[in-house]
Design a protein around this ligand. Structure first.
Ligand code: SF4
Length: 265
């Protein structure tokens, strides 16, 4: 007689609003759900605090998975080249591989927090044949407003970093816009300094690539007031004025990050 392992139901918490809302939405629908958080070791303190809060709310353990090595190790392994949108070795090493190790050879249904208003997105799941993706928000027609309502009604609200940044993920993530880098320099000057050190390390090896195309962080921060003014001007041109929390929590329109939904959703 074969003793087949039951299918595992997995939901990854990224620290972002959508996966948090999905976890709440699915909590009673799939009681055997396993929650996990792929910690890159370079997460924002706000993200880590939000994951702790989620764990309390769900009343269930959120398994922290990690690569066992930090970003600096993988930087050396990747010939000291900073990752970029085109060469996203960081996601592969710090998020995807730990996830696939966590799954192993088990048959898994992976719940993905892509919303109904994001039909064009598919998101990275895995090419492993034992992992099947499931999209409850898409299937049930839930959009951004529903996500916000779920978080509001739960009492959890939005993760705090939306006050100054549009995504979870590593503090040095190259998907950040300049205004978000300035936010990092003000909210977490120590992390901004570390991001600068990675850039300097890269530069000292004769490379000319920076986290943000065309500008080193040390120069960017000198233009802080100009960047803030430009951002405020661009927002004042919008039809409906919004507060910062609304601006950043609505801002997931960048479709150049398909492979990184695992980091941000
Ligand atoms: S959050 Fe950004 S830097 Fe971190 S693994 Fe994802 S893409 Fe890479």
């Amino acid at each position: 007689m074969t003793n087949q392992k039951p299918v595992r139901h997995l939901l990854g918490i990224s620290g972002g609003k959508d996966s948090a809302a999905l976890a709440i939405y699915m909590r009673d629908k799939v009681p055997e759900m396993e929650y996990f958080f792929a910690d890159t070791g370079a997460e924002l303190p706000e993200t880590l605090a939000f994951v702790d809060l989620m764990e309390d709310y769900l009343g269930k353990k959120i398994t922290r998975i990690n690569a066992g090595r930090d970003f600096a190790y993988y930087l050396k392994l990747n010939s000291n080249f900073l990752p970029t949108a085109r060469s996203r070795w960081c996601t592969t090493n710090l998020k995807l591989k730990p996830f696939e190790e966590f799954v192993g050879n088990d048959s898994v249904i992976s719940y993905v927090a892509i919303r109904a208003d994001e039909q064009y997105r598919t998101g990275y799941i895995s090419t492993k044949p034992n992992i099947t993706a499931c999209y409850p928000f898409k299937e049930d027609g839930l959009n951004i407003d529903d996500v916000k309502n779920i978080l509001d009604e739960s009492g959890l609200g939005m993760p705090k970093y939306y006050e100054w940044r549009s995504r979870s993920g590593c503090y040095f993530c190259f998907y950040q816009r300049r205004i978000e880098w300035i936010g990092l320099s003000e909210r977490h000057p120590d992390l901004f300094e570390k991001a600068k050190e990675f850039e300097a390390y890269h530069k000292n090896l004769g490379r000319n690539h920076s986290w943000t195309e065309g500008e080193y962080l040390e120069d960017m921060v000198l233009r802080k007031e100009e960047i803030k003014t430009q951002f405020e001007l661009s927002q004042s041109k919008q039809k409906k004025p919004k507060n910062l929390m609304d601006i950043f929590s609505d801002d997931d329109s960048d479709d150049d990050n398909e492979g990184c939904l695992i980091c941000f959703k």
